[in-house]
Design a protein around this ligand. Structure first.
Ligand code: ADP
Ligand code: ADP
Length: 228
């Protein structure tokens, strides 16, 4: 069975002017170990979809399954990274990355937590920056640190909501490379939300295209790049 299974999900927001239908009979399946992208224009319900998976919203109709369990409440086993990384300025980069372990694995020995965080930081090219504060790093480096923080506790799934959208083109492509490197070293299942079709094809094994108002699954692209 797939790690994430969205079956016939329909959702509307209740607004002052009446219900605003956002998703209509949406079907998404993310098999374990794969990188799936959901692409669609701004406002088509991509963030709504991530909130449904994380258990922050409940659908009007349909079902959301994660790891064989119906999602009914917020999950710790979902790692998330957003367009603007929220790093705590009063903590060092290392201590920011360690944070999820303090919550999810409070009995893990401190030296093991540090080791795990240091390994991930080295993987994304942030060796030597462990003791810096977030404001001392560039935007791209902060996003690298934020990716480490999203993965440090080995979540079942990593949800990336436009994580590279605020970066310049050069930094963005650098981070795409880093994502490939991370996946090679540390296999994980990921759902990437983006409006950038090029990014989705570069990073994902499968691309799900959403459109329409309310949005529904239009088609699925199997990405099979030469040399992979
Ligand atoms: P995307 O991430 O694809 O840009 P969103 O899921 O953020 O789309 O939003 C889809 C639509 O739902 C938009 O029209 C947005 O304005 C609306 N919307 C999002 N969140 C809410 C909310 N909490 N209440 C009312 N409308 C919302
Ligand atoms: P995104 O960058 O994902 O498209 P937005 O800037 O549209 O996000 O929305 C930011 C936050 O505001 C989200 O949590 C979204 O659910 C909420 N939101 C968006 N549109 C509305 C709305 N019309 N009414 C209430 N909340 C909204």
């Amino acid at each position: 069975p797939a790690l994430i299974e969205i079956k016939g999900v329909t959702h509307a927001y209740q607004t002052a002017t009446g219900p605003l239908p956002v998703l209509d009979n949406l079907n998404v399946s993310v098999p374990e170990g794969t990188f799936t992208a959901v692409v669609g224009p701004s406002g088509c319900g991509k963030s709504t979809l991530t909130k449904l998976i994380a258990g922050l919203l409940r659908p009007d109709r349909g079902e959301v399954w994660l790891h064989g369990e119906r999602v009914k409440s917020p999950r710790k086993t979902v790692g998330m990274a957003f367009q603007n990384p929220v790093l705590l300025e009063w903590r060092t980069i290392l201590d920011n990355v360690i944070l999820p372990l303090e919550i999810v694995a409070p009995r893990m020995p401190k030296k093991d937590r540090i080791k795990r965080a240091e390994e991930l930081l080295a993987l994304v090219g942030l060796e030597g920056f462990e003791d810096k504060r977030p404001s001392e790093l560039s935007g791209g480096m902060r996003q690298r640190a934020s990716l480490c923080r999203s993965l440090v506790h080995k979540p079942d799934v990593l949800i990336l909501d436009e994580p590279f959208g605020a970066l310049d083109a050069f930094t963005r492509e650098d981070l795409w490379q880093t994502m490939h490197e991370l996946r090679r070293q540390e296999p994980f299942t990921s759902l990437l939300i983006t409006h950038d079709l090029r990014e989705s094809v570069y990073l994902a094994d499968e691309v799900i295209v959403l459109s329409g108002r309310p949005a529904t699954t239009q088609f699925v692209l199997d990405v099979d790049l030469p040399g992979e």
